[in-house]
Design a protein around this ligand. Structure first.
Ligand code: MN
Length: 356
């Protein structure tokens, strides 16, 4: 098991690389999508939350991530003494019609193939993605964690219709006009996911890149009236069966799995790690299940993190674990303190488990 850290796009600099090293990390997972671009309701400083208008403006549809920029990023991270394990998430600008089954779907599947090839050529082993129409939406912020630390949660279902021009909780077309994106059916969504995997997995196999699917956060059957893909643990099996391959894997998000109303998080960890399905792990703790749950400090929620690590060790998991989200701590650097706390706990827990 390796300790990693997830950095947002605006944090990809020497100071954040040093901070990761100082927290004991050996690996980074990086976001190249800027979730906070041109947004009034969603400012950098914490994980993106936003309001009904989503997170921010998606990137440039004509500008795919190039081999050169990926190579240079990996080099800068390696020079800081870290490994680059994964790129987390595709930009909605590059694949909204793959999610929505829109007119540019074929061209955008080619976009994604180009990105997978560039990532592989740069020597980055994993791409995390989230096949979701509405994305991570419908969550609220509050002083939910110990000592009134600000954290994120959910307060009932969120099915406010999704406006046109939006996908994955970001705006890809500001000129889309009025109206709503008609809800897809669950079967349509699964069929779109199959098209995606059938196109991308052969390219991923050739490029040596693992595609790791994040479950739906929050794991509701619908968000904004749109269906969700993996919102119960058993649905991961359905995703693997769509296109069986060692490159068809999961971005195992413990918090999201624990928020699901069915199944058992420890059984899910055991099944995913025993079958070598885990690309990397998001580790955060949570209290409650959808549609009413709260993110917590890593040591105070429903999940016994030590028990999870023991299962991973028993099954020979050798991949990266990152802290996902953490509550904001009351001090001059709320995000950094929250992350340092989670990483310190994780590092100690990993040392204990590895020594057993
Ligand atoms: Mn996650």
């Amino acid at each position: 098991m390796k300790l990693g850290f997830g950095l947002y796009r605006h944090q990809l600099d020497a100071d954040h690389f040093r901070f990761a090293r100082q927290c004991g990390c050996t690996h980074l997972v990086v976001h190249l999508v800027d979730y906070f671009r041109s947004s009034r309701s969603n400012r950098p400083g914490d994980q993106p939350v936003g309001d009904d208008s989503g997170w921010g403006l998606a990137g440039d549809p004509e500008r795919l991530w190039t081999f050169e920029e990926l190579r240079d990023l990996k080099r800068a991270i390696n020079d800081a003494g870290l490994e680059l394990e994964a790129i987390e998430n595709f930009d909605p600008a590059h694949w909204h019609d793959v999610l929505l089954d829109g007119p540019r779907k074929a061209a955008q599947l080619e976009n994604l193939k180009t990105i997978v090839r560039n990532v592989g050529r740069a020597g980055i082993p994993i791409i995390g993605y989230n096949f979701s129409i509405a994305g991570v939406a419908g969550r609220i912020k509050g002083t939910f964690a110990r000592g009134e630390a600000e954290a994120v949660g959910m307060d009932g279902p969120y099915d406010k219709p999704m406006p046109r021009g939006m996908a994955w909780n970001m705006v890809y077309d500001r000129e889309a006009g009025q109206g709503i994106e008609p809800p897809a059916t669950s079967e349509q969504l699964w069929s779109r996911a199959k098209d995606f995997l059938d196109s991308l997995i052969p390219v991923a196999e050739e490029a040596g890149v693992t595609l790791a699917a994040h479950p739906d956060d929050p794991p509701m059957p619908t968000v904004r009236g749109q269906p969700r893909l993996v919102y119960q643990p058993a649905l991961y099996d359905r995703l693997y069966r769509l296109r069986p391959s060692p490159r068809n894997a999961c971005e195992f998000c413990l918090g999201t799995l624990a928020e699901m109303t069915e199944g058992d998080v420890y059984e899910a960890v055991d099944a995913a790690s025993r079958t070598r399905r885990i690309g990397y792990v998001h580790c955060r703790n949570v209290r409650g299940k959808v549609p009413d749950y709260r993110e917590t400090f890593i040591d105070e929620g429903d999940i016994d993190v030590l028990r999870v690590l023991r299962i991973l060790k028993r099954n020979g998991y050798e991949g990266v674990i990152i802290p996902d989200h953490a509550p904001q701590m009351t001090c001059a650097a709320p995000w950094h303190a929250g992350m340092a706390y989670a990483l310190g706990y994780l590092r100690a827990a990993m040392q204990v488990v590895e020594s057993e």
